[in-house]
Ligand binder design. Structure first.
Ligand SMILES: [Zn+2]
Length: 172
């Protein structure tokens, strides 16, 4: 069964249901993500389930969105399809988060024991963004196209005229 995910929820209650949750959130709702991308009018789409594992409540799922970033090589915007899988352990405090084994990633609940969708998804979305965004294919990446074209034109005009020598011959 698939349900629409609430924007905040108690993971204990959701863990009792055998349900897969889906969420579509505007990128503009993610404050840190919004600062790193050029366009915030797209959506982030996620799906996840909540289950109990040992004494933990675990949220497991995936997210996807199109990140529009500025290429650091040619300075033009480009779009990159981002996809991430995540598995996060719900904790109540930062101390609990720090006490988790390194292999487990925490997500901290608010003071009411509620999990916020934005908190759940933003960290993993950020991790997928490249440190230095740039075009993946060289064909789309044209650093400084204009000045490169000018250099080519100069070379064109500086080429010796093949008839030049002939003209000189006739004159002498
Ligand atoms: Zn580029």
């Amino acid at each position: 069964m698939v349900k629409r995910a609430p924007s905040r929820f108690n993971p204990d209650l959701l863990a009792r249901e055998d349900v897969r949750f889906e969420a579509t959130l505007p990128i503009s709702q993610f404050p840190r993500l919004s600062e790193l991308v050029l366009e915030t009018d797209g959506n982030l789409v996620a799906s996840f389930d909540v289950h109990e594992r040992k004494s933990h409540r675990v949220v497991r799922g995936s997210l996807t969105f199109d990140a529009v970033m500025q290429c650091q090589r040619c300075m033009e915007p480009f779009s990159s399809a981002v996809q991430a899988n995540f598995e996060l352990v719900c904790v109540n405090t930062l101390e609990e988060a720090n006490a988790l084994p390194d292999a487990l990633d925490p997500v901290v609940l608010d003071e009411d024991g509620q999990l916020h969708l934005v908190d759940l998804l933003e960290e993993d979305a950020l991790l997928q963004l490249p440190d230095i965004p740039k075009h993946e294919d060289d064909d789309s990446c044209q650093p400084d196209v204009n000045s490169f074209g000018e250099i080519q034109n100069q070379e064109e005009t500086q080429k010796p005229n093949p008839f030049g020598a002939l003209k000189d011959l006739k004159l002498s």
